[in-house]
Design a protein around this ligand. Structure first.
Ligand SMILES: Cc1cc2nc3c(=O)[nH]c(=O)nc-3n(C[C@H](O)[C@H](O)[C@H](O)COP(=O)(O)OP(=O)(O)OC[C@H]3O[C@@H](n4cnc5c(N)ncnc54)[C@H](O)[C@@H]3O)c2cc1C
Length: 375
């Protein structure tokens, strides 16, 4: 097989998972190239809240979080569909509102300082196979027709659009939930709390969130948490059915809109589904079911995969046996274990409670039970 050998390891995607992998590999002395399809790191914004995490801080440097704070918020309010029930929560480890592009570039800087090379404007169109394993990628770089790049291992961290998921023909519809995000200016609602507004109809559940930012800006999200046929609402439809939500958005001006998916419906497959291939982050559903943790878990699991991947690369050709051993080592990573545990408990509990909510009235009736899982 032809193609240019360009590094020991190729990472697809410079999101939190790909940058975590790149940092783990580069700090272990592996020559790594990250291929990012966007023109710049972080130019397509995703989640912009995180909570301080000591493991992340120890990898990214003391003071990393402090430098990223746009705002701190330590209160949350959840409203039932009718608005008749609500619960207020105080958050002991406050939510930090960040700027996605700055945050990602700060992580990329750490990876580059460790020796990783990041190529932007490099879109992977497919993976290259040899002898049943993955040996490289085909990528469009700077508008080229498609260049074949070879490496000892490929780490696919392309999020919901991950090319390895496509190559392996996985059905992602089980785990990917539709989500729409808007950043708005002119927000005059409560600036000291995150708000969650629930909507129930026809067995479906949608959550409208309002996260205030600095200078009268806010992040508004509609997440189809239990999608059913035709359950996806526009912001206008949601606002029309939820007067308080509508009131909050009145007079605001959207300046950024993103329609995408978020894999909060569970996890897919092994971390190394093929010899020479590792996946991490949203590509596999590494997001806690209760939300607000995708950046942290993707980055930390990515970093662990990078460190363990470096050992596997050094052990010789990446055979199926190496993949099996890698998988066993990944299974004992504390961050992956805690994600499994968390999703098992919360997904099960959530499904059981949400499964009983068919009308807005049901939600108020079950509120005493429901509010125990709203934290
Ligand atoms: C609207 C929204 C709000 C969210 N809110 C939060 C929140 O508040 N807090 C939180 O912690 N998490 C939040 N999340 C989840 C969090 O953003 C994700 O879990 C996290 O970004 C996953 O990281 P990742 O690296 O796996 O994927 P991504 O961040 O999606 O990064 C994947 C990267 O791969 C690149 N890529 C994709 N395909 C290719 C290709 N073929 N070739 C080259 N590059 C490619 C993409 O351009 C992208 O840069 C939110 C997600 C969404 C969608």
């Amino acid at each position: 097989m032809g193609g240019r050998y360009c590094a020991e390891a190729l990472v697809i995607g410079a999101g939190p998972a790909g940058l975590g992998v790149a940092l783990g590999l580069a700090r272990s002395g592996i020559d790594v190239v990250v291929l990012e399809g966007q023109a710049g790191v972080g130019s397509r914004r995703r989640g912009e809240t995180i909570r301080f995490d000591k493991d992340m801080e120890s990898l990214l440097g003391q003071g990393f979080f402090e430098q990223q704070v746009v705002k701190r918020i330590s209160k949350r309010t959840y409203f039932s569909h009718t608005g008749n029930c609500l619960v207020n929560r105080a958050i002991s480890n406050p939510n930090i509102i960040i700027n996605w592009e700055h945050f990602l570039n700060a992580m990329a800087h750490e990876a580059e300082c460790a020796g990783a090379r990041i190529w932007t404007g490099a879109t992977v169109v497919d993976l290259l196979e040899e002898g049943g394993g993955i040996c490289g990628v085909r990528a469009m770089i700077g508008g080229s027709a498609g260049e074949e790049l070879r490496a000892k291992a490929v780490f696919s961290c392309g999020g919901c659009d991950d090319p390895a998921s496509r190559h392996l023909r996985w059905d992602r519809s089980k785990i990917d939930l539709p989500v729409v995000k808007q950043l708005v200016s002119g927000y005059t609602g409560p600036a000291d709390r995150l708000e969650y507004h629930f909507h129930v109809s026809g067995g479906g559940l949608t959550i409208g969130t309002i996260f205030p930012r600095a200078r009268g800006e806010a992040e508004i999200i509609l997440l189809d948490a239990m999608p059913t046929a035709g359950s996806q609402l526009t912001f206008e439809e949601f606002a029309a059915q939820h007067p308080l939500f509508g009131e909050r958005l009145a007079g605001t001006d959207p300046f950024y809109t993103l329609e995408t998916r978020i894999p909060m419906g569970g996890m897919l497959s092994r971390v190394s589904p093929r010899a020479g291939l590792v996946m991490a982050g949203d590509a596999l559903g590494h997001v806690q079911a209760r939300g607000g943790s995708g950046i942290k878990t993707s980055f930390l699991i990515g970093f662990g995969a990078g460190e363990l991947g470096a050992r596997a690369i050094r052990s010789g050709p990446w055979t199926q046996e190496v993949s099996d051993r890698f998988e066993r080592h990944m299974a004992s990573l504390p961050h992956l274990r805690s994600l499994w545990r968390h999703n098992f408990i919360y997904s099960k509990l959530r499904r059981q409670i949400f499964g009983r909510l068919h009308t807005p009235g049901d939600m108020d009736r079950y509120w005493p039970c429901l509010k125990t899982v709203l934290r």
